[in-house]
Each structure stands twice: as structure tokens, then as C-alpha cells.
Design a protein around this ligand. Structure first.
Ligand SMILES: C[S@@+](CC[C@H](N)C(=O)[O-])C[C@H]1O[C@@H](n2cnc3c(N)ncnc32)[C@H](O)[C@@H]1O
Length: 237
């Protein structure tokens, strides 16, 4: 892995969506916004949408919050990121039920048991493995008992995902993590893993589109391009 620091994404803060879309659209058939919305739709399958406090860990430029705000208007949304420039971009969106805050990469700037939900999408593979345990431990700390953690990651078992990651400007030197690795990390941190779902099996273009409706039957097959691992901070922990 090349030398990276917490400010690595500063230089992509303004252009992140364009670069991401350019790198994935030809193969996947969909743009960066499509993939942000798909994750929010996945959460909608589990969450009723009452007044809940959600932390987006590694929120980047705040596009996820656009969709979260739309699907969950009564949620209180908080996005944190180590890239100050990305936080500036997120703030420019003026999303009414969202606030954004710089994070030092060590201690989440909120007290214990503060959030109902923690969401983290495409971030863990940008963090060195030796920091994963403490990062997930911080998420555990800020979740209320009964709180839910949603981790979305690129699935390294899928060859198209591997290709897209290797050819994307800000991803090419990362080491992707498997769902099995994710689950064992969560168990070590005392989370109770409740669900694992594999998604995005087919490109979103031309004839492949007919098969998208079959994907809901394939979520247990570990070949999807993306996966979600959902876990709970159980009341007894
Ligand atoms: C690929 S982007 C994903 C952004 C957003 N989650 C999304 O799905 O659109 C990865 C983000 O993780 C952030 N990041 C990297 N290391 C981090 C850390 N230790 N703590 C919090 N955020 C981090 C980066 O600054 C970047 O904004």
C-alpha cells in the first residue's frame, strides 16, 4: 500500500463523485449516486424510520446524507470524516437534518451511547488493518445498547469489483476485506452479527437489467459486488 494519510481524500473532495462515476459507470452501468442510494435503501429494509440518531462514519462529501434525509426525514444525521475538505463539501449541501464534523481518526467526538445507528460505507478498506479493532470499538462505544451497526464494503471475491477497485484513482492500492473478516472483527468487539447480505450481482445496463429483480434471492451467495454486514450492540453487553 502506498503512503496515505488522513488527508488523502482532501484532494478528491470536490471531484469525488465525478471520478467515482467515471471509474465505475462503463462496467457497472450506474453512477456514484446510484450506489449511495442503494445502501440507504438496504437500511430501509431494517429501519422503520422513527426519530433516530444516525452516525455516518467516513461520510465523505455528504451524498449519502442527501438520500438518508430523503428516506428518513425524521432522523438526526451526523457525518464525520478525517478529510476536512470533504466535510466542507458536505456542509455546502445544506441538508436540514444533517450536521458534519471533522474527526481526528482516533476518538469519535461524541459521548458514549449517543447513537441508535452507525453507518459506514466503503471506509474500512481505507483504514490500516491494525487500526480496525479500535475503530470498531469506538463505534461500539458511541452506540446505545440495542444500537445497530451497518457496514457496507466492496466484495473482494467478485472479479468485477476487484477490477473496478484496481482501476479507480483513489482505490487502486487498497486491500479489500471479506465479509468473513468483517464478521470476526465485529464478534471480537462484542457486536452480535444479525445479517450478512450480498448485493449487486449484475451490471445496471442493457440486457443485464432484467436480472436485477432476481438479486433479492441471491443475497446469501457470496459473489455479489457489494456486501452488508449488520450487527447489534446487544443490551446485555
Ligand atoms: C471511498 S470514500 C467513501 C465516502 C462515503 N462513505 C460514501 O460512501 O460516499 C472513503 C472516505 O473515508 C474517509 N476515511 C478514511 N479514513 C478514515 C478514518 N480513519 N476515519 C473516518 N473516515 C475515514 C475518507 O476521508 C473518505 O471520505
Amino acid at each position: 500500500m502506498s503512503q496515505r494519510n488522513d488527508q488523502f481524500f482532501d484532494k478528491f473532495a470536490e471531484s469525488y463523485r465525478d471520478i467515482h462515476t467515471k471509474s465505475i459507470k462503463k462496467v457497472s452501468g450506474a453512477d456514484s449516486f446510484y450506489f449511495a442510494e442503494y445502501k440507504v435503501k438496504e437500511i430501509k429494509k431494517f429501519e422503520a424510520g422513527h426519530h433516530e440518531k444516525l452516525l455516518d462514519f467516513g461520510c465523505g462529501d455528504g451524498v449519502t446524507e442527501l438520500f438518508l434525509s430523503n428516506y428518513f426525514p425524521s432522523f438526526e444525521l451526523v457525518g464525520i470524516d478525517v478529510s476536512e475538505k470533504s466535510i466542507e463539501e458536505a456542509l455546502k449541501r445544506g441538508i436540514p437534518n444533517a450536521m458534519f464534523k471533522y474527526f481526528d481518526g482516533v476518538k469519535i467526538p461524541f459521548p458514549d451511547s449517543n447513537f441508535d445507528i452507525v453507518f459506514i460505507a466503503g471506509v474500512l478498506h481505507h483504514i490500516k488493518k491494525d487500526k480496525h479493532f479500535s475503530v470498531v470499538g469506538e463505534m461500539y462505544r458511541v452506540l446505545k445498547p440495542g444500537g445497530r451497526l451497518y457496514i457496507f464494503e466492496h466484495n473482494p471475491i467478485n472479479p468485477l469489483t476487484q477490477y473496478l477497485v484496481k482501476t479507480c484513482e483513489f482505490d487502486k492500492d487498497v486491500n479489500l476485506i471479506t465479509s468473513g473478516y468483517c464478521k470476526s472483527l465485529l464478534q471480537k468487539t462484542n457486536f452480535l452479527v444479525t445479517d450478512t447480505a450480498f448485493n449487486i450481482f449484475f451490471p445496471r445496463r442493457s440486457l443485464f437489467k432484467c436480472f436485477i429483480k432476481l438479486e433479492k434471492y441471491l443475497t446469501r451467495i457470496p459473489l455479489g459486488g457489494q456486501y452488508l454486514v449488520r450487527s447489534l450492540k446487544t443490551a446485555k453487553n
